[in-house]
Structure formats: C-alpha cells, structure tokens
Ligand binder design. Structure first.
Ligand SMILES: [Zn+2]
Length: 499
C-alpha cells in the first residue's frame, strides 16, 4: 500500500515532462473458458451478481482446492475478510481515519454464508463449518475425511456479500464499488502450520498462494468493471452486462466497478496497461496511464518481465494507493488538473512495484511485511533515478526515506525492528518509518555495499527463483549471499532484528 503520510515530506520539484499517449478502450473478443483437468494449484470459479441499489452481491464460488502441502489435511480454512467490516471495533479503516472512511456514518459490511458443499473423491457432502477469530474472519471447514497430499477437494459456497458505505479496500461510495478482499480466500498452510491472522488495521495484512481464477461479474449496464486478470468478454443483455475475467497464477482477485469511468490504454512489452478514471479527470487519467506504462517498462527491465496480460491503474475513493494483483487502487484525491502530479505519480510507481514485491514474489504480509513494503518503497527511488536521473533520485530519497527514519528514531517512539508481526507495531507512525523507510534505507545501503550490477542481479535472481511462490526473509538473504559470494548475516541482522 502507499503510505500517504510520506507525501507530506515531499519538497522535491522534479522536472517532469508530460508525454501522454493513449488509445480509446476496446473490449477484447470472446474466448471460451475451460476447466483444467489437472490442477497444480487452487482454482476459483466465481459468479457474482452485483445489486447496485441494495449494495449486495450474490455469489456462487467453486474452489478446486489442491493439497500441495506435505501433510494430509483434516480441515481447511478460508479468510472471510469482509466480516471485519461488521462492527466499528473490528473495521480496518486505514490511518485511524474513521470519519473519512465512513463519510455517511457506519453501516456494517459482511458475508452471509448460505451453503457450503464439498465433493471429495466423487462423494458430495454438506460440510460442517464455523466462523472463528476476532471479527469472525476465519471460516473453518471440517472435512468428512482427510484430504491426502496431492488430492483435490471441490468446495462450492453460496453467499451474499453486504457491501459497507466505506471508501476503503472494501466498500461503496457515490457511483463506485471497491471489491478488494471480498471473497473467501484459502488460508496459507506453511512450515508454521495454518496462518489464521485477523484483519489488522495496520499494513496490508494478507497472505495467500497463487491460484487460477475464472470470475464472472454481472452488473447493470451503467457500470464499468476494472479487475485483476484479463477481460475475456463483455456481453450486454437487457440493461445488464456480464463481465468475464480470467487470471492465472495470481494470489488474489479484486475489482472496482463504477459508473464514472473512462478508459485509456496502451500496450507495453505485451501487457495492456489501462487507466480507469472519472469522467472530467482526463489530465490525471492520461498521466496515470503514462506512469503505469513507464513503471512497467522500468521494472520489467530491472526486476524481470511482468508476466500477466493486463495491468489496471484505477481511480477510486481510497485514502492512498492499494495494490492487488493486476490492479491498483489510486486515491481519487490525487486526480486533479495538475500535470507532473507527484502524489499521483509516486503512488502509481509504488503500487506498480508491488506487482513484483507481493504479487509475483509473494510473502507473509503479516509476519514479514518488509519483504514487499520496503522493496516497493525503495522502488520509488529506483524509478526516479532511471526516469529522471541520479540527482533528483538522491533528493527524493533524502527528503522522504532518510528524513522519515531520522525523525522516527529521534522521537524514540519506535524500536526500529523491521522483521516483526503486525501485532507488534504500535501504530502507522511506527510501521511507516520502520517497514517502508527503514527497509528502503537498508536496501539502498545493500546496493552501496555490493555495487549496482550485483544489486540488480540479486533482484532479478530473487524474482526468477521465487516467481509465483512465497519468499521468506532468509530466502532473500540466501539469494544475496549466492549472487555476491559473501556472508551477509552481519549486514542484515542489525537492520532487520536490531541484533
Ligand atoms: Zn506499499
């Protein structure tokens, strides 16, 4: 996510040149979707009907769940993040900004589960299930018999999603719907067992494996849908629209639907970059496309090619920026008549960098958030350097990253430990300077220590080795040691653990 507080520190004036180039949107032709016979990962087939008047979505979700662990599983767990929005106490409004998030007052959002069925070894059964955890965001399914290593269970859920009036990852506002973390997503089973964390109000508290998705969304013909994945078809019938998306090897699926959208798009290295913006915000909409394209081009070069067919930059009501695979939310307050609009540009660059750091290379964003956030934060400086030169990049780095870390350290409010769970951060004022800026400062010093060539070789190798997988802190350290041929524990430990 983008940390909007960082923009308060920006005093740098960049000589940015406007160079928008765009074509008007065209929906791609029809392609039939086939269910794969042999799965190597989970697959979600989701059909959602959005009732815009009542702010309710009626959903049928079929999950082909593959046991890719090395133990048999007797139960399965799903995160139902929407339930955190059911009460004021658990609603994860960001930056402690309740009144901005719920402009028209609080009203609950949640998922009303209607049925769950499961087919395992061709035997269909109704499942025992219950909700657990703070905010009831964990759905536990008791399996009738254990799911052996390599076996697939097919789980069908029917549910209604009640969307809250919030300018958040999940919520609606005037004419737009933000659907982030909106469907039950399988929890990750890793070497520590099941990861069943609550929806923390700090950070992006999500952790998921890559999966394949086929998602059909039905809306009225007034809405335009921007989503993770590739739009396969858009069919119109009797004032309704059916949007069909496909996504492979993505770790989440989000979308935004709005009656205000206009679209500009451009192809870069085989990826269709799209800018969705409100009618009337054409200047910012073009700049958003331009920097979506430039971000992808720069990071393709430096980190390894973005492997998906589309990337959408979406204007919506949100406090800052938020990354999802293939789609990023960008706060509508950054869209104005200015060109060279730094908050808009930097937020797009930051969220685009997350396509690599979190999207392509996954991580546990609860226990090791630095693995995506520090990298995304440092990618801002890298982008400025490549696009505008070393001097503006140095200025930006001094005025944002360094200043933020120095201020936080001198305030003595933080312990500076970068690798720790979200539950151990006191607030955004602790999390931001530590995980965004402390980690970015560490990466810049790693680069200084090893030199440019080795540093970028490390990033490329890290991406190619952990593409579509989950990386841990030690995995990154290992790649650094392999590429550099140096022992680097002594470098990392004081930064990461303050030891
Ligand atoms: Zn971020």
């Amino acid at each position: 996510m983008g940390n909007h507080k960082r923009f308060l520190a920006i005093i740098l004036i960049l000589a940015l040149l406007f160079s928008g180039c765009s074509i008007i949107s065209k929906v791609r032709g029809n392609t039939k979707v086939n269910i794969e016979q042999s799965l190597d990962k989970n697959k979600y087939i989701i059909k959602a009907d959005l009732d815009e008047a009542n702010k309710i979505m009626t959903v049928t979700q079929t999950v082909h769940y593959k046991n890719n662990e090395n133990v048999d599983l007797n139960e399965l767990y799903f995160h139902v993040y929407t339930n955190a929005f059911k009460s004021k106490e658990t609603a994860p409004f960001l930056f402690d900004d309740f009144n901005n998030a719920y402009k028209s007052g609080f009203s609950p959002g949640f998922t009303e589960l209607e049925s769950i069925k499961m087919t395992q070894k061709d035997i269909a059964s109704n499942l025992q299930y219950r909700f657990e955890g703070e905010g009831q965001t964990i759905l536990k399914l008791e399996l009738p018999s254990s799911l052996k290593v390599g076996e697939i269970a097919v789980i069908e859920m029917k549910y209604k999603v009640h969307i809250p009036p919030a300018g958040e990852r999940f919520g609606y506002n005037e004419g737009s719907f933000n659907l982030g973390n909106w469907y039950p997503v399988a929890a990750v089973y890793d070497e520590s067992g099941w990861n069943l964390d609550k929806y923390f109000a700090i950070g992006d508290p999500f952790y998921s494996d890559t999966s394949d998705y086929e998602v059909t969304i039905n809306t009225s013909d007034k809405l335009i849908v921007a989503a993770s994945g590739e739009l396969l078809s858009k069919n119109a019938e009797a004032a309704k629209l059916q949007w069909q998306f496909k996504a492979e090897n993505m770790r989440d699926f989000a979308f935004v639907a709005s009656d205000k959208f206009k679209i500009l798009e451009k192809n870069v290295d085989g990826t269709q970059v799209k800018s969705y913006f409100y009618s009337g915000d054409e200047i910012a909409g073009e700049e958003a496309l331009d920097y979506g394209v430039k971000s992808l081009r720069t990071f393709n070069d430096l980190f390894g090619k973005y492997p998906y067919p589309s990337f959408s930059v979406v204007q919506t009501e949100f406090p800052s920026g938020m990354e999802y695979p293939g789609i990023v939310y960008i706060s509508d307050k950054y869209y104005n008549k200015d060109t060279n609009n730094l908050p808009l540009i930097i937020t797009i660059v930051h969220e685009a960098a997350h396509q690599w750091w979190y999207g392509i290379v996954g991580n546990d964003q609860v226990d090791e958030a630095w693995l995506d956030e520090s990298f995304a934060a440092y990618s801002e400086t890298i982008f400025i350097e490549k696009e505008f030169g070393r001097q503006p990049a140095q200025g930006y780095f001094e005025d944002t990253v360094k200043q933020s870390v120095e201020e936080a350290i001198s305030s003595k409010q933080i312990d500076g430990v970068i690798v720790k769970s979200l539950k151990d951060f006191k607030s955004w004022d602790d999390y931001g300077p530590t995980v965004y800026d402390g980690g970015a400062l560490m990466l810049s010093q790693l680069r200084e220590k090893l030199g440019d060539k080795m540093f970028f070789d490390i990033l490329k190798r890290y991406v190619s080795e952990y593409k579509y997988k989950i990386a841990k802190t030690q995995d990154f350290v290992d790649v650094c040691e392999k590429v550099s041929g140096q022992k680097l524990d002594g470098f990392f430990k004081p930064w990461l653990e303050k030891k």
